[in-house]
Design a protein around this ligand. Structure first.
Ligand code: GLP
Length: 240
């Protein structure tokens, strides 16, 4: 795993945005695997800025998001579809028809998992998958446990995750208890992966991942098995 340690959140965001911009310049119709959460917000802001300045052209870019709460409506301001529109898609020249997020209103969750996995396959996998990391080491919504799922699936969120994510909701009771997530196998279909982390509260998960061992009880450690992963993290996440 390649490791880039930045001074702070701003530098982490700029470094990640540059990698995305370089990919789009080299391959205008690339497939971006995108993530939500507070970590990538600054990266998206940089990409919006780059597009406004005419330096990045999203017109042929395709995107596939990691996860989405269930059940949730896309217009709910806590949905990841809403997040993506607000932070990126509404401000760049991407064709929204080429942007994919799991359907948080799916009637048949199993069928939705299979449908979404087929979208990933039809796109040929992501050229670059962006990831954040949960304090418990989850990637996407693949929660720690004895078993990790390979493909896109409905995941039961842990109490920890519900509590951590409740900061975005009016109350903890409003946090959905389940979410669709790409599985570890779906994530591994990406040719390259960038995992981002900022802040001392991510240090334990990052340190565990950097030990180089693999355990399903810290899903991010599985990234040690992928041939092309870059960690971009700030000093606080790296040093604790
Ligand atoms: C959420 C998302 C993840 C994200 C993680 C960290 O639960 N499902 O994709 O990476 O938690 O979030 P944040 O970046 O806000 O710390």
């Amino acid at each position: 795993m390649k490791v880039i340690v930045t001074k702070n959140y701003e530098e982490m965001s700029a470094v990640a945005a540059n990698m995305v911009a370089e990919l789009i310049a080299a391959k205008p119709n690339c497939v971006l695997g995108l993530a939500t959460g507070s970590t990538p917000e600054g990266m998206y802001a940089n990409l919006v800025q780059g597009c406004k300045e005419g330096k990045i052209d999203f017109s042929a870019v395709r995107s596939v998001n990691l996860d989405e709460y269930f059940p949730i409506k896309p217009e709910n301001d806590q949905s990841y579809r809403y997040f993506m529109n607000k932070n990126l898609f509404d401000h760049v020249n991407i064709d929204k028809a080429n942007t994919y997020v799991p359907n948080g209103q799916a009637e048949d969750p199993q069928a939705e998992g299979a449908r979404y996995e087929k979208i990933i396959d039809d796109l040929g996998g992501a050229d670059l998958q962006i990831l954040g990391i949960g304090q418990n080491g989850h990637i996407g919504f693949n929660e720690p446990g004895e078993i990790l799922t390979a493909g896109t699936h409905l995941e039961d969120l842990t109490e920890d995750t519900i509590k951590v994510n409740s900061r975005f909701f009016a109350s903890v009771d409003e946090v959905p208890k389940q979410a669709f997530s790409m599985g570890i196998g779906s994530i591994f279909k990406a040719r390259s992966i960038v995992i981002m982390a900022s802040g001392a509260n991510k240090h334990n998960a990052i340190a565990k991942m950097l030990e180089g061992n693999v355990t399903t009880f810290c899903p991010a450690t599985l990234l040690n098995l992928h041939p092309n992963v870059t960690l971009i993290c700030d000093e606080a996440a790296y040093n604790g």
